[in-house]
Design a protein around this ligand. Structure first.
Ligand SMILES: C[S@@+](CC[C@H](N)C(=O)[O-])C[C@H]1O[C@@H](n2cnc3c(N)ncnc32)[C@H](O)[C@@H]1O
Length: 213
């Protein structure tokens, strides 16, 4: 993934943020052993941001779309209030199995439930209210996930959507690839939606924070 900020800024920000816990570093290392897509993990900086958002919002019901190997689920689980729960949706059975192993090795296993299947199918069975949702799966379905989650979201609830700068490609008008177009349309859709307020943060690959007003 390209650095979207000045060279070295990301490393500087990381060096001046709370370190990533050792068990999450181990999850990243283990993921690299079986997958050449380990960069899909949100990583140290965004992971600590996600944890802090959960600590601030104090959601009882968290929904995640795109579990991969469980890293971001666990960042959120660390900060859940007593009794808080995360439902995380994953289509790939291997990813879900490895995530479950990673989650089971932590003290947070009773806080995270993985549901295997296409997220659009699983979303039909998710019960309201959701207090906080994190969208980080296939980009071409972002608007569908957003539209499915928004009615489930409690008034005042939040959604965070990852990769909304898509390596900076969103600004390249010659790039008409499906993922780039989908992310561009998602950003336009959300920023023009008067049901919500949003702010596009330039953290890592871009994180759209959305507040249901
Ligand atoms: C970017 S990774 C998620 C990374 C994870 N949030 C983290 O930071 O640790 C995206 C995940 O979404 C899953 N995925 C892709 N399409 C999906 C779909 N239609 N339904 C559910 N999960 C999907 C992929 O298999 C992959 O594991």
């Amino acid at each position: 993934m390209r650095e979207l900020t000045l060279p070295g800024i990301e490393a500087y920000a990381q060096a001046h943020s709370t370190p990533e816990p050792g068990y999450l570093r181990a999850i990243q290392a283990n993921t690299r052993k079986f997958s050449d897509e380990a960069q899909m993990i949100i990583g140290h900086l965004e992971g600590r941001l996600l944890k802090m958002l959960v600590a601030m919002i104090k959601p009882m019901h968290v929904l995640e779309v795109g579990t991969f190997t469980g890293y971001s689920s666990l960042c959120m689980a660390e900060a859940l209030p007593e009794g808080g729960r995360i439902v995380t949706l994953e289509v790939n059975e291997t990813h879900a199995r490895i995530a479950q192993e990673h989650i089971d090795a932590t003290p947070y296993a009773d806080r995270v439930e993985i549901r295997v299947g296409h997220a659009m199918d699983s979303l039909a069975h998710v019960r309201a209210p959701i207090d906080f949702a994190f969208i980080d799966a296939d980009k071409t379905n972002y608007i569908r996930y957003y539209e499915a989650i928004l009615p489930l979201l409690a008034p005042g609830g939040f959604i965070a959507a990852d990769n909304v700068l898509w390596d900076g490609q969103v600004m390249d008008s010659d790039d008409e690839s499906a993922d780039t177009v989908a992310i561009r349309e998602f950003n336009r859709h959300v920023s023009r939606d008067d049901r919500v307020e949003c702010v596009l943060l330039t953290v890592r690959d871009g994180l759209m924070l959305i507040h249901k007003t």
